[in-house]
Ligand binder design. Structure first.
Ligand code: HEC
Ligand code: HEC
Ligand code: HEC
Ligand code: HEC
Ligand code: HEC
Length: 218
């Protein structure tokens, strides 16, 4: 018995080894694609809300400043979601019969907060803070996109680690004058020169500090 296996099994095993390699590569690719997909990151996905609140209407249309509703964004970790009373400042009078606004009136009458669904939600093991970003000249638009063009809120960026770290490595590519942080339309004339100057002026910490694990995982 010179051969234990028939000749053809060689071909079969060779083919199946190739197949296994391709399969493994394919699976890795699929997992990476899944990791970055909206299904995982929620990027661009519109979630169900109790009221179809439009930033486009209220910010672009009516010109209301972010801070009128997100009152703690400049001095706290959380930006905050406005209480029903903030809506009622206007909607007691405007569109006060609209069926669309019934959940808002009901919340006000019964003194129970509206239950907004969170759109952005980092894992608990990540530390994030709005106030430091506002103080150092990072615009809302850099992380949240053109909110003033969103009839319904969605997450503009992936918010994965590589995204955060990319800016922490090159903050000069993104920072703007503090006065323009809330401006959705501001465009730099020469970002390279401006960024370099602002990094100095605002004493932005070194990329080494900003990419150290303990900055975001503490
Ligand atoms: C009139 C009030 C109002 C104004 C003005 C306003 N927002 Fe909002 N914002 C809300 C409400 C209410 C929600 C929650 C409902 C939703 O997600 O659509 C929200 C949600 C958000 C979210 C998502 C929060 C989450 O769940 O992750 C972001 C980001 C945001 N706003 C950014 C901004 C920015 C940037 C501005 C200024 C350009 C702004 N908002 C102006 C009321 C407002
Ligand atoms: C500064 C005044 C003001 C505040 C504060 C305000 N709204 Fe409005 N809202 C308006 C006006 C004015 C309109 C009508 C816009 C139009 O038809 O041009 C409107 C329209 C709406 C509509 C109708 C749909 C649409 O966008 O056209 C909804 C829903 C709504 N607002 C929800 C809310 C909620 C929820 C809040 C609180 C988070 C809120 N608004 C806060 C002024 C305000
Ligand atoms: C450096 C990126 C970055 C900038 C700049 C930024 N945000 Fe956020 N924002 C985030 C992240 C990340 C979250 C989710 C935080 C979490 O899940 O803990 C978030 C969440 C929010 C929320 C939901 C409530 C909360 O605090 O979790 C609102 C509202 C919001 N941002 C508004 C704003 C406004 C207004 C500005 C401009 C002053 C702004 N953001 C600037 C990254 C940013
Ligand atoms: C577009 C640029 C940009 C993006 C995107 C960004 N950051 Fe930052 N981040 C900055 C700048 C600028 C500073 C200020 C550095 C300093 O204090 O000198 C900062 C500071 C911080 C700090 C330091 C706070 C402190 O008190 O030490 C933390 C934590 C942080 N960022 C977390 C995050 C996380 C988490 C993300 C992603 C979800 C993120 N950042 C995305 C630009 C960015
Ligand atoms: C600028 C902020 C920032 C820095 C610096 C940072 N991380 Fe992260 N890290 C994040 C964010 C954001 C996530 C994703 C959380 C999520 O998906 O909700 C994350 C996720 C992770 C995860 C979970 C697996 C994954 O990729 O989702 C590990 C492990 C991790 N980081 C380790 C580290 C280590 C080790 C370092 C230092 C070399 C580091 N991180 C530096 C922001 C940061």
């Amino acid at each position: 018995m010179s051969q234990i296996f028939h000749r053809s099994t060689n071909t079969i095993s060779r083919v199946s080894i190739y197949a296994a390699v391709f399969f493994a590569a394919g699976m890795t690719w699929a997992l990476m694609a899944l990791d970055r997909s909206p299904y995982n990151t929620r990027q661009g996905v519109v979630l169900k809300q109790p009221v179809p609140f439009s930033h486009e209407h209220h910010v672009r249309g009516l010109g209301i400043d972010c801070r009128y509703c997100h009152t703690s964004v400049e001095n706290a970790a959380f930006a905050g979601i406005p209480p029903t009373a903030t809506c009622m400042n206007c909607h007691k009078l405007i569109w006060s019969d609209s069926p669309m606004l019934e959940p808002v009136r009901d919340s006000f009458r019964t003194n129970t907060p509206l239950r907004w669904t969170r759109v952005h939600d980092l894992a608990d093991f990540v530390y994030f803070n709005h106030s430091i970003h506002v103080a150092k000249g990072v615009g809302c638009v850099s992380c949240h996109g053109q909110v003033d063009r969103m009839p319904l809120m969605r997450q503009a960026e992936r918010l994965q680690m590589e995204w955060c770290v990319n800016c922490h490595r090159h903050p000069g590519d993104y920072v703007r004058p503090r006065s323009e942080v809330f401006n959705m339309d501001w465009q730099p004339v020469d970002q390279a020169a401006l960024g370099a100057a602002l990094v100095k002026e605002y004493k932005i910490r070194s990329p080494r500090d900003l990419t150290s694990c303990s900055t975001c995982h503490r």
